[in-house]
Design a protein around this ligand. Sequence first.
Ligand SMILES: Nc1nc2c(ncn2[C@@H]2O[C@H](COP(=O)(O)OP(=O)(O)OP(=O)(O)O)[C@@H](O)[C@H]2O)c(=O)[nH]1
Ligand SMILES: [Mg+2]
Length: 504
Amino acid sequence: MSKFKTVFYVAAIALTLVLNITILIKLRASSKNNLNTKLQSKEINLLLDNKNNLNDKDKQDMVFKNADGFGKSPLEIQIDEHFVDYTKLSLNFTRVENWPTKFPENLTEYRETILKTQYLTKQNQWKEEIAPWVWHHRGVAEDKYIGKTDTREKAAILVLVRNSELEDIKHSIRMLEDRFNRRYNYPYIFLNDKPFSNKFMEHVARSTKSNTTFALIPQEHWEVPDSIDMEKTKVEFEKLVSQDIVYGGSLSYRQMCRFNSGFFYKHPLVQNLKYYWRLEPNIDFYCDIDYDPFKFMRENKKIYSFVIILYELKKTIPTLWKTSLEYAKQNNITSNLLKLFVNENKDYNLCHFWSNFEIASLDWYRSKEYESYFQFLDSTGSFFYERWGDAPIHSLAAGLFLNKDQIHFFNDIGYRHDQFARWPVSTTTNEFGIKCQVPKNIKENFDVASGECLNFWNTYKPYEWTNLDSTDALNTLYMNRFKAANDDTNVITINRWREMIVNN
Ligand SMILES: Nc1nc2c(ncn2[C@@H]2O[C@H](COP(=O)(O)OP(=O)(O)OP(=O)(O)O)[C@@H](O)[C@H]2O)c(=O)[nH]1
Ligand SMILES: [Mg+2]
């Protein structure tokens, strides 16, 4: 072999080696990048899946550990944006009529700017703030109403829900459609503290022929107020967790209860509505509803309605009754219904309408009275320091402001939420038997097995509750606390007790 040939071969081999090594390095780098991206989205998916599969105890622990990151930072929004690419939404999704149509590139920046801008009204600001996250899907059922008088009420089915609850909410929609809405075509409004994902919106919109609208809720309606002492909150969480109180350690559960107590009716999308029907994931309806409950509510001047009434966990609302009485006293409330919720010790009997089903007047929630009651409650911080549910709050508000005949018990609606199921028990006709199918595995009718509160409702005779009753009940409460002074949750000194009595 000539010298020239040897040099040529060595050079060729060296070049091939260099090329191969470069390609290998590049391949490794790109597969690492891919792996990183895959891992990232896999981890996020896992995070959401895990949240979905957690039992209550786990949920509590997890949320408790994360209690510091309480829904204020835009970070949570960014996490969910991994699942959101609105440019890839099918064309059938549009903006809501007469709403801002902006689609800013940097959504987080956009939201922050709006939050810093001064607006004439809060409604204007909230609308601008959430507009890029509001999407509408026109249901084919709307065709039925073209050129005809639309006799539907100004009402909607309102759903607060998470992306991770997609399957469970589809189940609830199927139930409601089959039993009622396929004939009445009321629109659905879905609300979320995080942006809805493409998948969620597309699956849900396909589950009904009705209109569906998906929206973010304004930050102010969900965030923990600055006045809340997070250190104190954590201590109180721990106390409830140690007593195994369901959702005792969950911050988001408290945010949800506060939202459902004082904010859902302020959402820009419900401002033109008169009534709403609250729907939750994973519920069942057992009976055909062959009339329009919204129309029933309006025609019969009903303001609030329920299907299940039951006892609340006392440890979640230690001071709700005291605070409500203080509100009643300050505002000189007289009421014909409040006594429904009072036991022989002049204490709250813990009965409450279970608000996961609710058909009610939005004008009532938007009334000055309801709002002032909510503001009074909210000013105590006890949505966070305790674990006040929206159900006892709606119920006590009904007790303070409504008459019995303004509230309707929908006895003909068969319903299940969690393990509690109820359906009408008819003794005289088989009408309900024809309309209802209760699955064989559901053995216990809650109304029959645990119907004490329902019995109070059925037998309740209006009693005029006045300021004297509020004062009396408050004093009794303080006396009982004094008696129970050995109970370390209720320790008060004699002086403090005297002070309370004098001030009340
Ligand atoms: N967007 C959003 N919705 C929530 C959140 N927490 C609860 N919800 C919704 O608020 C409603 C009530 O929450 P649930 O978790 O069902 O509370 P619950 O009915 O007291 O308890 P369960 O027995 O678990 O059903 C449901 O419609 C949930 O989908 C949250 O953090 N974000
Ligand atoms: Mg629920």
